[in-house]
Design a protein around this ligand. Structure first.
Ligand SMILES: O=P(O)(O)OC[C@H]1O[C@H](OP(=O)(O)OP(=O)(O)O)[C@H](O)[C@@H]1O
Ligand code: HPA
Length: 180
């Protein structure tokens, strides 16, 4: 295990099993629809790549890049779009794919921003949900796991741009970010 990791929350095998469940639900719910997965970069990159291969219906993908945490473990509360979508979403059945919902401020911003672009439908899928920290009310349609109020890394999720390549989801040791 990486030396700065306190505890592994979900192993590769547990993540794989959860993705199969989520993929099966999305496949059943979006039959005959015009499914567009929108990945929220950079964190959702790994989850989105694995999830889309568990969905057994035609779909398209796009990405939006936002940032509110920068190099910190606390949300700045100011969400910035760094890279916008490549295409219009008008009339499309949009499923936002997030790695983690924490305060909910990122998704609250994206919800209002993307809804104004008139999608046919709009739903939210997140791998991880940290409900204790919520500041904005978010309705999650597809969820992988609830997690405790700890700082999480791995499987695409970073601290100061590190640890995204860990194949598991883990709690970062507090001394790693408290000494910064
Ligand atoms: O619910 P919130 O408190 O808003 O936090 C969730 C957001 O924070 C992380 O993104 P970050 O800003 O760290 O950018 P990244 O995806 O590039 O790592 C994560 O990927 C979510 O998008
Ligand atoms: O626990 C977290 N870890 C990494 N990035 C995050 N962005 C929101 N919450 C987290």
């Amino acid at each position: 295990m990486e030396k700065n990791i306190r505890e592994i929350l979900f192993t590769e095998e547990q993540i794989e099993k959860k993705l199969e469940e989520l993929g099966a639900k999305i496949t059943a719910d979006y039959q005959g629809k015009n499914l567009l997965l929108i990945g929220v970069l950079k964190g959702a990159n790994v989850f989105m790549s694995d999830l889309m291969r568990k969905i057994q219906i035609p779909l398209s993908i796009d990405f939006i890049a936002v940032s509110s945490y920068g190099l910190s473990t606390e949300s700045s509360g100011v969400v910035k779009i760094i890279k916008d979508l490549d295409h219009s979403i008008e009339g499309k059945d949009v499923l936002i794919v997030e790695d983690i919902i924490d305060t909910g401020l990122t998704l609250d911003y994206l919800y209002h921003n993307l809804l104004s672009r008139k999608p046919g439908s709009f739903k939210i899928c997140t791998l991880l949900d940290k409900p204790e920290r919520r500041k904005a009310d978010i309705k999650v349609d597809y969820k992988g796991f609830d997690i405790p109020d700890e700082f999480i890394v791995g499987y695409g999720i970073d601290y100061a741009e590190q640890y995204r390549n860990l194949p598991y989801i883990a709690i970062l040791k507090k001394e790693v970010y408290e000494k910064q």
